[in-house]
Design a protein around this ligand. Structure first.
Ligand SMILES: Nc1ncnc2c1ncn2[C@@H]1O[C@H](COP(=O)(O)OP(=O)(O)O)[C@@H](O)[C@H]1O
Ligand SMILES: [Mg+2]
Length: 252
């Protein structure tokens, strides 16, 4: 479980995350949705200790993140940031192997090599393993980054907008991989998404944020309603039940 208790983040006089308390259960897939600037990335960055909290506390699988050392935390939790600044003159295989660093500290064993092969297969990257990142399409590169975080083989996997600039097929493929990681590998996946329908169809739980606060949380059936989406985005939407799933239509 990820326990976020009274967490705030202040930049100068502005509170960008405002006293957030959350319990994200272990196992399953939780999506975080909400408008731009809601504080989603800042919250994920604080949970993974990439940004210090102004107030509050976070535990990940019982580990108090401010008290654990970086190497220990990196063996429990991996994160794909919204803007990762990895050098593009790395091959897919190099970047995936980079995910093993918290385990290998630079010395790859045969078992680490197996993890790399597995992650490459999991994301269907076999044919691209020797290519440099700057020789890939945006979707292929994104798949390599997802392989990198899965290769870290942590129980908790956080991904900030992994579907950015992906076409429909690539986006579906990534969501299926994340779903499998939760269902087959027992991982706890937390993902920031903008597409409400992806959140609705693939999540066990959705958290809605606006203005630094959590406005709502719950399973898609409870959360995907015209009222909550109006509260989150200030937009009138229609919700349809389609084959047991809630689908949001926002074209007018
Ligand atoms: N380093 C920073 N300094 C000042 N303000 C920041 C910084 N990082 C983010 N913010 C502000 O915090 C708010 C929340 O940002 P962010 O967490 O990136 O939102 P989201 O991911 O939901 O779009 C925004 O208003 C943003 O401008
Ligand atoms: Mg963001």
């Amino acid at each position: 479980m990820i326990e976020v208790t009274g967490v705030s983040k202040r930049y100068a006089q502005t509170l960008v995350v405002d006293d957030v308390t959350l319990r994200i259960p272990a196992g399953g897939l939780t999506s975080i949705v909400g408008p731009n600037g809601a504080g989603k990335s800042t919250l994920l960055a604080m949970i993974s200790r990439l940004a210090p909290m102004s107030a509050g506390s976070v535990t990940v699988g019982g580990l108090d993140i401010t008290r654990s050392d970086s190497a220990e935390l990196a063996r429990h939790l991996s994160i794909l940031r919204q803007d990762n600044h990895l050098p593009l003159r790395l091959t897919v295989k190099d970047v995936v192997a980079f995910g093993r660093y918290p385990h290998t500290r630079g010395r790859m064993t045969v078992q680490d090599g197996r993890h790399v092969e597995q992650a490459i297969r999991y994301l269907n990257l076999e044919g691209l393993a020797g290519r440099y990142l700057d020789e890939l399409s945006g979707g292929q590169r994104q798949r390599a980054f997802v392989a990198m975080v899965l290769c870290q083989d942590t129980e908790y996997v956080l991904l900030d907008e992994p579907l950015n600039s992906l076409d429909m097929k690539n986006a579906v493929d990534i969501m299926k991989v994340l779903r499998r990681a939760a269902d087959e590998l027992g991982k706890t996946v937390v993902v920031v998404l903008h597409d409400i329908n992806f959140a609705s169809c693939y999540s066990d739980c959705i958290i809605g944020m606006r203005d630094g606060k959590v406005l709502c949380e719950g399973p898609p059936q409870a959360l995907i309603t015209p009222q909550t989406l109006k509260a989150l985005y200030g937009l009138d939407v229609a919700i349809h039940d389609l084959d047991g799933q809630r689908i949001c239509v926002h074209y007018t």
